[in-house]
Design a protein around this ligand. Structure first.
Ligand code: BES
Ligand code: MN
Ligand code: ZN
Length: 500
């Protein structure tokens, strides 16, 4: 999607469709909308009072301009109360408009962004929402549902306090990166194996000038990465560990380490999962997809920070050589792990991924994983669980999340959770019982992060959206792409936070 911005009056645009938000409580405060209403002989006012053409939130309806305007039709999108207008509303309103336009084959439009609230933030969010709305999960449908790709979005603003080109292009880059993560997460296990995922990562790296190294099983063996190898042993598909590298112009900048869980299918292994909803475990690589998406965005936005990303790719199946409960694995740092439950495989691949990121020079770590059902029970599907060993580092991430509109909530870590992971015969066990399952999983990972400031994002609940919404389709969400990218930018601008 191409994005451009016009700062001016309605007559300065030439467009087929103009999208305008309508507020339930009128639009007197907005001269652009009142002028539009007047020129349409009160059509907006009529829309507010009519039952079918409603101003209800996220309802869209068209008004033909019949030659009264330089545009052919106006798409009104219900935007709620005017006082509630903010970046989030701008995002969902724009998304609603794009989904509506796409369903009628329209591939270009001009979107008016009202100056209420923070116009810069609203414009950025509107572009983000529009790009996310231009995504389809129907890539394997061979009949019908011919969705046109949206080609050109023009933002129309009045009295912008600054040039909006940079912020809107940044939103487009981040939205495209989230859509890359979503399309990967939408791929089934037979179409996206660890080997194919690694190739996709190589393609992204080649297209955007990132370094890329793919470790195969022989290389993983040589490095002693027994935790990821143990996880993939039950599958004929070999594991891969991919290292992507982005270098800042200033080589002395700190090095951010992003580590993603990339289980291309999680059957649970010998501790097999129930059949119901098991097919959704094709999305168990959403963490690795988010990290790859963030790297694509970082390569385009070029922040002043070095980034090393590690994708931990494996398939968890109960084949004849699969790891068994009771087995002992040795991770890359020499730590021994007793397998209590083969379905707790994400923490195994991440253990080696965290060790590898550190050996590749990462000083500040963030891992992203669809790690535990317990996190879904604790936080539901709206908030990502955030665990951190350093409060200043965690605060930096939470601020980046707020900035991008991704809901994240901090969860506890500590020695009590780590004790639950004690093993009678090895250094650590891979499962610690039902209680506090998201926190004990985080405690496991913290062992492998060691002394480095580390954050763990549990996206088990937020990586997928179960409902088709007016502004975003059902399916993978691309969560964490925006926050990770923003975090890299913040660190690039301000450096890493000082540890207390
Ligand atoms: N991939 C799952 C976690 C998951 C559950 C993601 C639901 C998305 C939605 C993970 O590998 C897993 O199976 N975790 C176990 C851990 C347990 C065995 C300690 C779980 O949460 O039940
Ligand atoms: Mn599992
Ligand atoms: Zn899993």
């Amino acid at each position: 999607m191409q994005v451009s911005v016009v700062n001016g009056a309605l007559d300065s645009v030439k467009t087929d469709v103009l999208v305008a938000p309508v507020f339930e409580d009128g639009f007197d405060a907005d001269p652009f909308l009142s002028d539009l209403d007047a020129r349409l002989d009160g059509a907006l006012t009529a829309a507010l009072s009519s039952a079918d053409v409603s101003s209800k939130l996220h309802r869209a309806s068209s008004v033909l301009s019949l030659g009264k305007l330089p545009v052919r039709r106006v798409l009104l999108v219900g935007a709620g109360k005017q006082a509630e207008w903010d970046a989030k509303r701008a995002r969902t309103t724009a998304g609603t408009a794009i989904r509506h336009l796409k369903s009628s084959g329209q591939a270009a439009a001009t979107l008016y962004v009202p100056p209420a609230g923070d116009l810069v933030a609203s414009a950025a969010a509107a572009v983000h929402g529009a790009v996310l709305a231009d995504f389809s999960v129907a890539q394997y449908k061979t009949r019908g549902e011919d969705e046109t790709e949206f080609q050109h979005l023009q933002l129309l603003v009045a009295g912008a306090p600054q040039d909006l080109t940079t912020v809107t292009q940044k939103s487009r880059v981040i939205g495209d990166a989230a859509n890359l993560a979503r399309s990967l997460a939408n791929e089934p296990g037979n179409k996206l194996t660890p080997t194919i995922f690694a190739q996709r990562a190589q393609e992204v790296a080649d297209a955007h000038g990132l370094g890329c190294e793919i470790l195969d099983e022989a290389e993983l063996e040589r490095r002693g990465y027994g935790a990821i190898l143990g996880t993939s042993r039950g599958s004929d598909e070999p594991a891969r560990m991919v290292t992507l590298r982005y270098r800042a112009e200033d080589e002395s900048a700190p090095t951010l380490g992003l580590v993603g869980k990339g289980i291309t299918f999680d059957s649970g292994g010998i501790s097999i999962k129930p059949a119901e909803r098991m097919h959704l475990m094709k999305t168990d690589m959403s963490g690795a997809a988010a990290v790859l998406g963030a790297m694509q965005a970082i390569a385009q936005l070029r922040p002043s920070v070095n980034v090393v990303a590690v994708l931990c790719l494996a398939e968890n199946l109960p084949g004849p050589t699969a790891m068994k409960p009771g087995d002992i694995l040795t991770a890359g740092n020499g730590e021994t792990i007793e397998i209590i439950n083969t379905d707790a495989e994400g923490r195994l691949v991440l253990a080696d991924g965290l060790v590898h990121a550190k050996s590749e020079g990462a000083t500040h770590l963030v891992d992203v994983a669809t790690l535990t059902g317990a996190c879904v029970v604790a936080l539901g599907t709206t908030n990502t669980g955030v665990f951190g060993s350093s409060q200043p580092w965690t605060d930096a991430l939470l601020e980046a999340a707020r900035h991008t509109g991704e809901a994240m909530w901090q969860m506890p870590v500590g020695a009590e959770y780590r004790e639950r992971m004690n093993s009678d015969i090895a250094d650590i066990a891979n499962a610690g019982g039902r209680e506090g399952g998201a926190c004990t999983a985080a405690a496991f990972l913290q062992d492998f992060a060691g002394d480095s400031p580390w954050i763990h994002l549990d996206i088990a609940g937020t990586a997928r959206n179960d409902r088709d919404l007016p502004y975003v389709s059902k399916g993978p969400t691309g969560v964490a792409v925006a926050t990770l990218t923003q975090l890299a930018q913040t660190v690039g601008e301000r450096g890493v936070p000082v540890e207390q």
